[in-house]
Every structure is written in structure tokens, then in C-alpha cells.
Design a protein around this ligand. Structure first.
Ligand code: PLP
Ligand code: TYF
Length: 396
């Protein structure tokens, strides 16, 4: 029956994890997958999450099916976080928001919806982008192209190339944009560049799909979210996928959302009805626990403060690791200026190392990063950073 089934390639990042787990080297370091670990190399359980769970457990509730679009209080909390509690679009009822299975789920619901709406549209993702963007939109039936993004020679963004690609895109083209903390490069558009991108998207009639998987890991919750305000101010309709995997360290609970900004309340009602069909025909309705935890934290002032502090703690620790890595690389004998590492935002650094060097890091030093040269700064700590810096120096 299945004789004709081909063996599919492994996910380049999650596949690395398997290789890492199988490596017997006691000094191995996993800088591959985008997961934040603390100073002790452990995945944190945030105190705000533990407290919310304690409160939820103190008053156990039966587990009926959730509504198709998820917990209403959660969807509302997501909207207030993403768009601002006093955003006019919320007062006007112009945003359709559904709970999703992580950020990936939000992207997929949006992709399936857009594909049904406009089967002829193409999708553009950044070059490079998160590995799963291309696969996800391709699986949804789209032809996926890329707009220039990373400029290796200048260690930054090829804004002119990006704008030219957007200007040349057919109206209706879906443009996937990283809202902050670009994965994999760590380079984000400046406010002035965002304005140019938004103006082009608007003039060309493109469909912006923002992927917000790292809100709070760059400059701050509000600072990282400011891009949403720019789209609202430009009065363009857009989609936003939200992930709480990283910002709540709730990777395995699969907590995320999709929000779609519409022209009118009536339009948002119709859009929501279509999103519900996508959800119903895929997994019927979402799970309860993670979204209940996130809603509890976001809507309980004391827990919300705790979350903001804990998120700031993660953000600041990553920043310290960036500074320390630059210092340690210099001390280990790397003569090139590695200061660019401190300019990059979020969990990742595009190190500039090539595939052969990344391979040597793995084989000779047990330091696992992605072949593209991406390393996860959020997995560095004061115990492993010396070994990592020495290893990078050795292959540089
Ligand atoms: N989008 C980007 C840019 C990501 O880096 C990730 C990482 O996991 C996701 C989406 C998916 O998030 P989630 O794990 O919540 O599905
Ligand atoms: O880029 C990363 O490392 C994270 C985790 O298919 C991830 O976003 C990686 C690959 C994948 C799903 C999640």
C-alpha cells in the first residue's frame, strides 16, 4: 500500500536535536534549536506560569470542548497585547482573533484561509527565513518565493532589494514578515525601513502576514510590538500570528493565535466564520490548558507584572551573552570584529560561519549550530560560553 512512499528529509533544525541527543560527548552544547535556556542550561518554568497553574488547580474545572475559536478571554487578552488595549480597531470590532496551536498553528490557519480566498496568489518569505515558512505555505498550496533580506557583505538587511521585490510583486501576493527578532539572522528593519515597507505593501495591494514569535525578546514587549501600530496607522489590513512558546516558555503547550485586521466589524464577523471552518476541519477546537494559563497571567495584574519581569530577565540575559561572547571570541584569538553579534536581536545570531565550519564545530567540539551559521545565543551561559568561544576561534 505504501511502497511508493519516499523517505522525507528531516527538518534541518529539529533533526539536529536528534543528532545532539545521540552525541555521547559530555561537553556538548546545543546552539541549534531556538529554545531559551537559563544560566544553568535548563528550560525555565516561569514563576508566573507556575502560579497561574496553582490557581487553576485550586479550582479545577471540567474539560468540555472549547469554542472553535478558543477561550474568549484568551483571544481578548491576545488582542490587547498585540494591538494595545485601547486600539481603535478593537473598539470598532474589526479584528478577528482565534486561538491557535502555537505560532505555527496561527500561520497555518491563516495560510489555509488565504489560499481558499485567493488560490492564485503567491507567497513571499524573507531570504533566508524560518525553515518552516516555506514548507508550511507550500503545503497549504501556495507557490512560495523569497524577497531579498540578509546582506552578508554588509552584515545587515538588503532593504533596497527587499523593496524592489515587493514593488515587483503582483497585487494580492502574501508577504510574510518577521515582526521582530528575525529568525535566523537577528537583523530587524529600522522604524524608517518599516515605513517604506508598509508604504510599498499598501501601494501594491499586497497582503502582509506578520509572524510574531518573539515579542519581548528584542527591545521590550511594547517596543517589539510597535510594528503593529505602524500597520494600523497606515490603515492596511493584515494578519498577525502570535506565539507564546518562547515568551512564556510554554513550548510544549502549543499556545498561539491568529488575528486578522479587517475593514469593518461585519467583515471581521465573516472572516471569523471562515477561520472557524479551517479550524473545525483540521482539529475541531483547541486545547484548554496553555491558553488558560496565558489568559490568567495576562489578565491578572500581579501575574502580568511577574511575566513582564521574567521576560525582561530572559531578554537581558541574552543581551549579556551577546556581549560576553564578543569578548570571549576576542580573548580566544578571533581577530575579526565580532561586534555585529551585539547588534542582532532576539535568540539568534547569524555568525557568518560557513557550513564546513559548522560541521567542524559539531564533529570536533560537540557545539551544535545550524549549517547556515545560525547559533542560538539564548542557549549560552557562563558555564558553556568559554568552550563555545574557543571552538569558534578554532574553526575561524
Ligand atoms: N515563527 C517563527 C519565526 C519561529 O521562529 C517559530 C519558532 O518556533 C515559530 C513561528 C513557531 O512557533 P511555535 O513553536 O509557537 O509554533
Ligand atoms: O527556528 C527554531 O529553531 C525554532 C524552533 O520545524 C523550530 O523556531 C524549528 C524548526 C521547526 C519548528 C520549530
Amino acid at each position: 500500500l505504501f511502497a511508493a512512499v519516499d523517505l522525507a528529509p528531516r527538518d534541518p533544525i529539529l533533526g539536529l536535536n536528534e543528532q545532539f541527543n545521540a552525541d555521547p560527548n559530555p561537553n556538548k552544547v546545543n546552539l541549534g534549536v531556538g529554545v531559551y535556556t537559563d544560566e544553568n542550561g535548563k528550560l525555565p518554568l516561569l514563576a508566573c506560569v507556575a502560579e497561574a497553574e496553582r490557581q487553576i488547580q485550586a479550582a479545577p474545572k471540567p474539560r468540555g470542548y472549547l469554542p472553535i475559536d478558543g477561550i474568549a478571554a484568551y483571544d481578548r487578552a491576545v488582542q490587547e497585547l498585540v494591538f494595545g488595549a485601547d486600539a481603535a480597531v478593537l473598539a470598532e470590532g474589526r479584528v478577528a482573533t482565534v486561538q491557535g496551536l502555537g505560532g505555527t498553528g496561527g500561520l497555518k490557519i491563516g495560510a489555509d484561509f488565504l489560499r481558499r480566498l485567493n488560490p492564485a496568489a503567491a507567497v513571499l518569505i524573507s531570504d533566508p527565513s524560518w525553515e518552516n515558512h516555506r514548507a508550511l505555505f507550500t503545503q497549504a498550496g501556495f507557490t512560495v518565493g523569497a524577497y531579498p533580506y540578509y546582506d552578508a557583505a554588509r552584515r545587515g538587511i538588503d532593504v533596497a532589494g527587499m523593496l524592489a521585490a515587493l514593488e515587483g510583486a503582483a497585487p494580492g501576493t502574501v508577504v510574510v514578515l518577521h515582526a521582530c527578532c528575525h529568525n535566523p539572522t537577528g537583523y530587524d528593519l529600522s522604524p524608517a525601513d518599516w515605513e517604506r515597507v508598509i508604504a510599498t505593501v499598501k501601494a501594491r495591494g499586497l497582503v502582509p502576514f506578520l509572524d510574531m514569535a518573539y515579542q519581548g525578546f528584542g527591545e521590550g514587549i511594547a517596543e517589539d510590538g510597535a510594528v503593529i501600530g505602524r500597520f494600523l496607522a497606515a490603515d492596511v489590513d493584515f494578519l498577525v500570528s502570535t506565539s507564546f512558546s518562547k515568551s512564556f516558555s510554554l513550548y510544549g503547550e502549543r499556545v498561539g493565535a491568529l488575528s486578522i485586521v479587517c475593514r469593518s466589524k461585519d467583515e471581521a464577523t465573516r472572516v471569523l466564520s471562515q477561520l472557524k471552518i479551517v479550524i473545525r476541519t483540521n482539529y475541531s477546537n483547541p486545547p484548554t490548558h496553555g491558553a488558560q494559563v496565558v489568559a490568567t497571567v495576562l489578565t491578572t495584574p500581579a501575574l502580568r507584572r511577574m511575566w513582564e519581569e521574567e521576560l525582561a530577565g530572559m531578554r537581558n540575559r541574552i543581551r549579556q551573552m551577546r556581549l560576553l561572547l564578543v569578548e570571549k571570541l576576542k580573548a580566544a584569538g578571533v581577530s575579526r570584529d565580532m561586534g555585529f553579534i551585539t547588534e542582532q536581536k532576539g535568540m539568534f545570531s547569524y555568525s557568518g560561519l560557513g557550513q564546513a565550519q559548522m560541521q567542524r564545530l559539531r564533529d570536533e567540539f560537540g557545539v551544535y549550530g545550524v549549517d547556515s551559521g545560525r547559533i542560538c545565543i539564548a542557549a549560552l551561559n557562563t558555564r558553556n560560553i568559554d568552550a563555545v568561544a574557543r571552538a569558534i576561534a578554532a574553526v575561524s
